[in-house]
Design a protein around this ligand. Sequence first.
Ligand code: MRU
Length: 322
Amino acid sequence: MRRTVDWADGAVVIIDQVALPSEYRTLTLRTVDELIDAIRRLAVRGAPALGAAGALGVALAAFNGSDVAVEAERLASARPTAVNLRWGVTRALTRLGEGADAVLAEALALLEEDERLNREASGLAAEVVLSACSRRPLRLLSHCNAGRLATVAWGSALGVVWHLHARGLVESVLVDETRPLLQGARLTAWELAEAGVPYRVQPDSAAALAMARGMVDCVLVGADRITANGDVANKVGTYSLAIAAAHHGVPFVVVAPSSTVDTTLATGAEIEIEERRADELTHFAGTRVAPEGAAVFNPAFDVTPAALITAVVTEHGVFKPA
Ligand code: MRU
């Protein structure tokens, strides 16, 4: 399977996540403007994949002879919540003085590491899940998409599923559809189907009932930013899921590469939460569903307080904020 984000013939090549699951195709992005548009439309999305896209975007700017500092800032601020985007841009910029080839080499090294670090983090998280849950095989719950598509390859939270599935330890995954853009129903379900892992899609709002009925052994989510105190920003709905999990005594495990950790922020209250366009809610599949003129609150992320989290796992180890 190809990388979610890659470099080929002087361009950034991404798997088009807007087209999935009906069509599996790639997009070739030759300018920073095209890449920024793809980031904003979520054609490339997920914190680690955004880090890779940001780094390759700096290479694109360097080869295209643009004002790289200006283009880098535009890229880094294309989406504000996932710290990985600015991290990827900043890392690629460190080699700018050595020329465009060096910037690209740094970006490609970041891509290489992404798969390795996500494999390591999710491997450690698999052990956390096995020690926190006694039932075998496991029934897991996933929110949004933290799989291969959200990273360069492999995945973070869904990477745990790949590790456990390879050992025959996964009974099924409950997939939150993930309103309003359906990253769970469209992308996570597609990945699980490709991998042959049994799953069921559910409305986000069914998660508490599933836990009350004893259908969930562990909740697994990724992260867009983890602050110094262990608070976690992730796809909107994660916070409600953590409250429900705490109420029902279900372990709640966060998995992310260390590039998602932002120790410059003390708590999650300082994280900028992206708010997205109203029509993502007022319309469904192009058809208006809310009355004309309906006011909308459409945050793309929320912040789960550290106290509700069983463990945050990166490639560096297991942190137990609670
Ligand atoms: O708006 P998105 O689709 O970019 O949001 C993605 C998420 O919230 C993921 O859970 C997060 O980036 C972790 S991905 C390994």
